[in-house]
Design a binder for this molecule. Structure first.
Ligand SMILES: [Zn+2]
Length: 418
């Protein structure tokens, strides 16, 4: 699978969530010798508790938890340290105690992927690469292009069929090489990108933990921030959209760090949300399918407006499946109609315009098992809607067009027909 990483650190080792096997730091064994599942990174950090109680300046305030040895290799645009907002209107309409929104739209390129790409490209620099390549439907491509520009490195972006035009333009603006691949299958584009990385000596920066375990570590910092921002009183549920699964799997592993350190006893229940037009996670949870078996059964013909999570296989199934199974969590699928409705509802009730992927979390709020007036729920708002306004332009009220006359304004205010 991934390129062998030469590691000389005691910051982390590797763990297999399939069977519990661990290896100390050293060369990265891509797959577990016992059960063949991909190995994930396990942090050995033992920070002073006060460090986790202090508001972070950026994600890199959690440097001790991240698998980069030298601060000099860190490439950052001050990602992370995003707001946690109360959403009282949403909570009241759902009759739950509290809805919290972890608003990742404020990251430098507009999505949580900045956390992952910042870790991954720092690892690439530490290992002496000058070109990085990714597969992306949009947000990872934008993040990779921006961070490569920041680092003075080259970026090659393999964007698949569902990439929104706004995201392609954003990625190109940072000076990256953008290649559109005409294939509906994310896994097929992955195979092409990996072959190109081998051929041309590029670092593979796609956010897929089964191919490269470093990038996905950035998502763990969301868990540390939630702990800090709730003063240790974590919500009953954390809800996140799932494409490959690296976000929710990462949040789970961040929570495991908090448990290992004795900061929390019980983990929140974790809910992964997909579009019903591409829902391999829900299928795997419903059928209790082991991770490696899910890889042989890609979702046929993914079709949804939430293109950012339309992955036909679970690239991080080795972490997202246990994340849901061990926390008594849930896999939820929502329709495109529910997604659009939720995107507009969030904008109009809370003033946050998210993308269709993030809107999946909001749409899923109506489907959280056993929720009631005591339940607190945190939704991860993963990316901004500003990159992809075409997705909702047909569903929002159209503008009035008038001559420059006060009477015409009065007609609008009075609700007279146009
Ligand atoms: Zn194993």
């Amino acid at each position: 699978m991934g390129r062998m990483a030469v590691v000389t650190t005691s910051k982390f080792g590797y763990i297999c969530y399939g069977c519990g096997a661990t290896t100390a730091s050293g060369a990265h064994a891509a797959t577990c010798a016992t059960c063949s599942e991909p190995m994930a990174i396990e942090s050995y950090a033992r920070p002073d508790p006060s460090e986790l109680r202090r508001a972070p300046a950026s994600m890199w305030s959690y440097f001790d938890f991240l698998p980069i040895d030298s601060r000099g290799d860190v490439i950052s645009l001050n990602e992370g340290a995003t707001p946690l907002l109360d959403a009282p209107t949403l909570a009241a309409s759902l009759r739950v105690a509290r809805v919290l929104l972890k608003n990742e739209t404020g990251n430098p390129t507009g999505s949580f992927k900045d956390r992952q790409v910042s870790v991954g490209i720092s690892h690439a620099r530490a290992r002496g690469f000058n070109t990085v390549a990714v597969v992306s439907s949009g947000n990872v491509a934008c993040a990779t292009a921006a961070y490569a520009a920041r680092a003075g490195m080259k970026a090659v972006l393999f964007m698949h069929g569902m990439a929104a035009p706004g995201k392609i333009a954003q990625a190109a603006a940072y000076g990256a090489t953008v290649i559109k691949v005409q294939s509906p299958s994310a896994s097929a584009v992955f195979d092409l990108c990996i072959a190109a990385c081998r051929e041309f000596g590029w670092y593979h920066l796609s956010t897929s933990g089964m191919h490269e375990p470093f990038n996905v570590e950035g998502a763990k910092t969301i868990a540390y921030e939630l702990f800090q921002q709730t003063d240790g009183a974590l919500p009953d549920w954390i809800v996140a959209p799932v494409g490959g699964g690296g976000l929710l799997g990462g949040i789970w592993r961040g929570l495991l760090d908090l448990k290992r350190l004795g900061f929390v006893e019980t983990l929140p229940r974790l809910a992964g949300v997909q579009a019903s037009g591409c829902a391999p996670l829900k299928k795997a949870i419903d059928h209790n399918t082991p991770f490696l078996a899910t890889l042989k059964d890609p979702w046929p013909n993914p079709k949804t407006i939430a293109g950012g999570i339309a992955d036909d296989i679970l690239f991080d199934g080795h972490t997202v499946l246990p994340a849901i199974r061990t926390t008594n969590g849930a896999a939820i699928a929502v329709s495109d109609v529910e997604i659009i409705r939720a995107e507009i509802a969030l904008a109009q009730s809370e003033g946050i315009l998210c993308d269709p992927c993030s809107a999946c979390s909001i749409a899923a709020l109506q489907h959280i098992p056993e929720s009631n007036e005591q339940t607190s729920i945190c939704c991860i708002i993963t990316g901004t809607g500003i990159k992809d306004l075409t997705a909702i332009s047909d569903h929002v009220p159209s503008a009035y067009t008038i001559d420059a006359s006060l009477d015409a304004v009065r007609n609008i205010i009075d609700g007279k027909p146009r």
